[in-house]
Design a protein around this ligand. Structure first.
Ligand SMILES: [Zn+2]
Length: 686
């Protein structure tokens, strides 16, 4: 995906959502480049991000309830306001019981009714606590863990490797047999975002760990548990042992390491410890005979822990995770405690965001496409869909030409690339077919139960896919999401309506600017089909490396060059980007920007672009790109992103321009300047 959305579903606070726009000059001038936000005193060749955004960076204060602020947040803010309007209208509509409109309204209103939530206290979570207390042996433990499995991870589409449950399930096209769905099993169970938070010896991480212990202790105390410090210590020790067996973020992103097919009967032999029969039975997964085990050593390690660690510690662990995942629909004391760690410590955010924003986010999670249906009716005219489709066609054509012209690629690989390009299914705005929510029961006044039922509905929706034909029309993002995604196994792309709006995509500004922002996003997503993991999937979505060995060698050499380029970036003192962890996204940035530039020239039809706001068409293209990365982050959030995210921070992604020859002819970039690359060092993957 193009945006560096943190995919950690902590206490359901999704950092992609935003507060009021910052007071400083954050809003780009209407329908064009934000000239006031630029810093013309910075040489483009020294720091193109600062050249395009310097004044904005200087004057922008990150709102107190946010970990970062930027142009994506502004667009998300507008989208949120609109979505909230639709949701509130649904709440007022008194639509017939059982209708989607009624469900949207009831879901949101129940979440907003803090008085009712407060009055219920811990009552809604008591049945879960009782089930945990009833765990009397290892078989009971396995059976309970089976009930916690959710369809909450995603290896290749929305790429979310995090789940707070012991394991996570992803149902997707089998990588070896693209005609059928397979259940993918992923590692999970940590309360902090990643293994590095438990194992990294740095001082800042050690401080984070002691804060975490304080947080776990406080949550257990709030739930009325005695001896909270001792129990929290044992619980964090258990999570630390989990972290020790976890695969790294980098390894989890390696498809070849992840594609391990285990038959059902192999689990007992390969991952002894957990009572797998009991686990799969309560997880309702007794039918599948083959699973894809994404991090086999971690699954084995976690399974062993269920046999080794005292039951009492497991029970405390389960109580804490139940509280942590439901904190938002528990009394205020839990909301506050959860924020004090997950917001303040983890993201450096001083204040929580307004409750209605979390309400919009959760309603979107539960009933996203039902809301999306009214969103596009209201905010995404057919003319914009057509304009976006034209841009997609231009960029696909640019890719075709680029592939044809590659002198190093063998005809055999070129033919395969062309076949893949020809079968890409590009979704623009919204899905062809909407999701059916009839089976989802929403009860007015039951915020806790509604979240549970929505999760179960999503889980069941995924379970029924097993054994059915592949549905290539399915979307993984809602239309009101400000992002875009490539679904590599389905060879499909989603460009939601919400990313196709100003200032990214604006019929009232120059074509060059639109190609520099939305065009680059489209190019980015298309190129994922041809990047380090895209090269592994053929046109049918089968894990089948379609490159000849000599082409692969050339590609890997270019990739290595890019790894080195990003390894050298140091967005925080002492903390470098991991070039390998971010490679796929960096390749997509380089290739996407290059294709978008070609497509922009193609769209001009041989004419030269008019001077706008004092800049040539090519300059508009690149400055628009720089401004599309406008973002400022708090240090804790930035650190978390560098350590766990597949995307480099925005400022480094903006530096992609240094790999394009056209950038050097558009601005006075000279050898010796920080961003200058000699022609041979400019990475050209495609
Ligand atoms: Zn991407």
């Amino acid at each position: 995906m193009r945006r560096s959305v943190s995919s950690l579903a902590f206490c359901l606070v999704i950092p992609a959502l935003v507060a009021a726009p910052p007071k400083a000059s954050a809003t780009p001038s209407l329908h064009g480049l934000d000239l006031a936000g630029m810093d013309p005193t910075v040489a483009p060749g020294e720091d193109f991000f600062a050249y395009g955004n310097g004044t904005w960076l200087k004057h922008t204060e990150i709102p107190a309830d946010r970990g970062s602020s930027g142009i994506w947040d502004q667009v998300a803010e507008i989208t949120d306001q609109r979505t909230a309007g639709l949701i509130k209208a649904a709440a007022k509509a008194k639509a017939p019981l059982g209708s989607d409109t009624r469900k949207i309204g009831d879901y949101f209103a129940s979440f907003m009714d803090e008085k009712a939530i407060e009055a219920k206290g811990l009552k809604p979570i008591q049945p879960q606590f009782r089930a945990i207390q009833a765990i009397g042996n290892r078989k009971d433990l396995a059976a309970f863990l089976g009930t916690t499995l959710r369809a909450d991870v995603d290896v290749l589409n929305a790429t979310n490797y995090y789940t707070g449950n012991l394991f996570g399930l992803w149902v997707a096209q089998d990588l070896d047999e693209p005609t059928r769905y397979a259940p993918f099993l992923l590692q999970g169970g940590l309360g902090m975002p990643d293994r590095s938070f438990y194992l990294d010896p740095s001082e800042s991480m050690a401080a984070m760990r002691s804060q975490y212990l304080v947080h776990v202790t406080a949550m257990l105390k709030l739930a009325g548990l005695s001896d909270a410090v001792t129990r929290a210590t044992a619980l964090v020790a258990l999570e630390t042992r989990m972290a020790q067996v976890h695969a790294s973020r980098e390894d989890s992103g390696d498809v070849l390491k992840g594609n391990n097919h285990w038959t059902r009967s192999e689990f007992e032999k390969k991952a002894p410890g957990l009572d797998w029969a009991a686990f799969f039975s309560t997880a309702q997964l007794t039918q599948p005979q083959v699973f894809v085990v994404w991090q086999p050593a971690a699954i084995a390690g976690l399974s062993a822990l269920t046999a080794e660690v005292p039951l009492a510690t497991w029970k405390d662990y389960l109580v804490f995770h139940a509280l942590q995942s439901r904190a938002q629909v528990l009394p205020k004391a839990f909301v506050d405690q959860s924020f004090s760690f997950n917001g303040k410590v983890l993201k450096g955010t001083p204040e929580p965001r307004p409750r209605w924003k979390t309400g919009v986010e959760l309603t979107n999670q539960a009933l996203g496409e039902a809301i999306g249906k009214s969103y596009v009716k209201r905010y995404f005219p057919a003319s914009e869909k057509a304009r976006a489709q034209k841009m997609v066609a231009d960029i696909l054509a640019a890719f075709r030409t680029r592939i044809e012209k590659l002198d190093w690629m063998t005809p055999a690989t070129k033919a395969k690339a062309m076949a893949k390009l020809a079968t890409i299914k590009v979704g623009v705005g919204y899905p062809d077919r909407w999701r059916d929510y009839r089976a989802l029961k929403i009860v007015a006044g039951d915020a806790f139960g509604n979240i549970e039922r929505a999760e179960q509905f999503e889980y069941q929706r995924n379970l029924v896919k097993l054994g059915r034909p592949i549905d290539r029309t399915e979307w993984v993002m809602t239309p009101q999401t400000v992002n875009a995604v490539n679904l590599p196994v389905m060879n499909a792309l989603n460009f939601p309506a919400a990313i196709l709006q100003p200032p990214f995509f604006d019929p009232k500004r120059s074509l060059a600017m639109d190609y520099g922002s939305t065009g680059a996003t489209i190019g980015h997503e298309i190129s994922h089909s041809f990047d380090d993991s895209g090269s592994l999937f053929d046109a049918t979505g089968k894990l089948n490396n379609w490159w000849t060995p000599e082409d692969m060698a050339h590609f890997q050499a270019s990739a290595l060059q890019l790894v080195k380029q990003y390894d050298a970036y140091e967005p925080m003192p002492g903390l470098h980007i991991n070039g390998k962890q971010t490679l796929g996204e960096n390749i997509a940035d380089v290739a996407g920007l290059a294709a978008a530039f070609d497509a922009y020239r193609l769209a001009l039809g041989g004419k030269s672009a008019p001077l706008v706001q004092g800049f040539t068409g090519d300059q508009q293209f690149f400055i628009s790109y720089a401004q599309s990365w406008r973002e400022k982050s708090r240090e804790p959030l930035l650190r978390q992103q560098i350590l766990t995210n597949g995307h480099a921070p925005s400022s480094s992604r903006c530096a992609t321009v240094r790999n394009l020859d056209a950038w050097y002819s558009s601005f006075p970039v000279k050898p010796g300047q920080a961003l200058y690359l000699a022609p041979a060092d400019r990475v050209k993957v495609w």
